[in-house]
Design a protein around this ligand. Structure first.
Ligand code: PA5
Length: 448
């Protein structure tokens, strides 16, 4: 039996009044029930709840087969998508990949690159240059099938692929992940005869990493999606509505962060001491920011990479406004071992560390930072991950998703919609003169 991830709240609960925490804790069961019974807000979007356990062997095999075709035919696969349509895949692929894998000459797996996650002209130009003359494929992911950023990138890269490979060959190197029947991407995929996977209506973008949205790119990168799902399924059991608060990690995390928020801790900083987790924090920020930042409330999700950012943001966290708390993801076991050599001259004064592991230094930095920050008035929640592998990442993903649902209900908002992301789109289309936006174009131009 694998060791599960665990949650240590010992350095957080003292910062929340007992009565407040008790009140939130008492409500977690009802929120968890509301998720499972579909009686809470946004209940049309609860498909993610049972995903790990409901995914069939046949569905996983289909994803693996499609990944095999791309793996065998491409040195680079470009994942086109934005927000929930790329962050989960990037978070997992980065967490599992060696830091310098992309430099290896005899790679077993294609390099996975990303497009459509920004509108930077230089970025897309440089990507086009890189892809010139190379065997590349495309996974285009858009749930709505109408999002401007990925649509733009897809138009550019599909054209390039067709020019390089010919239309027929290009067709076999393009896979689309989109709505079952609606949206421009579905229409295009049907017309062109692309291989497609469906994002079900009841799974929102930021909760979609355990669907083909995340699983296909992760499989293309050479990682074990079955182990990822097995980890998530295990966490599904551990955070089920039948599991009492005292044993339910998702309920505890949701209650403590809400109690801290009620006491004025408005910012949660997700901390890692492992550079490969940088994009996991980006995924987490989207999950919590887009789920909870509503009706003029919600914890602001921020992130830092330690010890790197101890030399920049560390000052603020130690000494700035006391409105923050930290959630540290601590990885117990490293994949590799590096011991510090002795040195006769000892000019750097590091001989006291000779023979010891670099990870011991990192772990003491983690412990020292936690003590310093708690002393400075920063509550500290700690999530312990036994290893940075597929199984533990699957657990972590489901843990955060489940806790986000419970936490959103504790906060009294709908954690499954995102009305706020539409405002910029309306203005952008008005400014660009999109047909159908004539009135908005007139109105916005008067304001300039
Ligand atoms: O989580 C979300 O819903 C969003 O981040 C979307 O994933 C993002 O806006 C992209 O949308 P789509 O997949 O429809 O292109």
């Amino acid at each position: 039996m694998r060791k599960d991830i665990s949650l240590d709240l010992g350095k957080a609960t003292a910062f929340a009044p007992e009565a407040t925490l008790g009140a939130f804790a008492a409500r977690t069961a009802e929120c968890n029930d509301a998720l499972h019974n579909g009686t809470g807000r946004g209940s049309d979007f609860l498909g993610w709840l049972n995903l790990p356990k409901s995914l069939t062997d046949a569905q996983l095999s289909e994803i693996e087969e499609s990944a095999r075709v791309l793996r065998e035919n491409c040195e680079i696969v470009v994942v086109i998508g934005i927000g929930g349509s790329y962050l989960g895949a990037k978070a997992v692929i980065d967490a599992l990949s060696g830091s310098f894998d992309w430099l290896e000459k005899d790679r077993k797996n294609p390099v996975v690159l990303y497009a459509g996650q920004n509108i930077g002209e230089d970025y897309i130009f440089e990507l086009q240059q890189l892809l010139r003359g190379r065997r590349f494929g495309i996974i285009c992911i858009s749930k709505s099938g109408t999002t401007t950023e990925p649509a733009l990138a897809f138009r550019l890269l599909k054209t390039q692929l067709e020019e390089q490979q010919g239309v027929d060959a290009a067709r076999r190197l393009i896979v689309c992940v989109t709505d079952r029947s609606r949206g421009a991407l579905r229409t295009l995929a049907t017309q062109e005869g692309y291989r497609t996977f469906v994002i079900e209506d009841n799974v929102g973008g930021r909760y979609s990493v355990l669907t083909p949205v995340g699983l296909l790119p992760i499989a293309v990168a050479g990682f074990d999606i079955r182990a990822l799902i097995a980890g998530a399924a295990r966490m599904q059991e551990l955070c089920a509505d039948s599991v009492p608060y005292e044993e339910n990690l998702a309920a505890q995390y949701a209650a403590v962060r809400n109690a801290l928020y009620a006491g004025g801790k408005k910012i949660e900083i997700l901390v890692n001491f492992h550079p490969r987790l940088h994009y996991f924090s980006e995924w987490w920020k989207q999950l919590y920011g887009e789920s909870e930042g509503k009706e003029h409330k919600g914890i602001f999700p921020a992130s830092v990479d330690f010890t790197t950012d101890l030399h920049s943001m560390g000052q603020w966290i130690q000494d700035g406004e006391r409105t923050v708390f930290e959630t540290v993801i601590s990885v117990e076991k490293m994949r590799h071992e590096v011991r510090i050599p002795a040195n006769d001259a000892n000019l750097d004064g590091l001989n006291f560390l000779s023979g010891r592991r670099v990870d011991e230094v990192n772990k003491m930095a983690e412990l020292g930072t936690m003590i310093a920050h708690v002393d400075g008035g920063v509550p500290n929640l700690k999530i312990v991950m036994p290893e940075l592998d597929e199984y533990c990442l699957g657990q972590l993903i489901y843990f955060f998703e489940k806790a986000c649902g419970i936490s959103g209900y504790l906060l009294g908002i709908n954690p499954f919609d995102q009305p706020g992301v539409e405002a910029y789109k309306k203005n952008m289309f008005a400014l660009l003169g999109k047909p159908g936006y004539e009135k908005e174009t007139d109105a916005i131009k008067k304001r300039l």
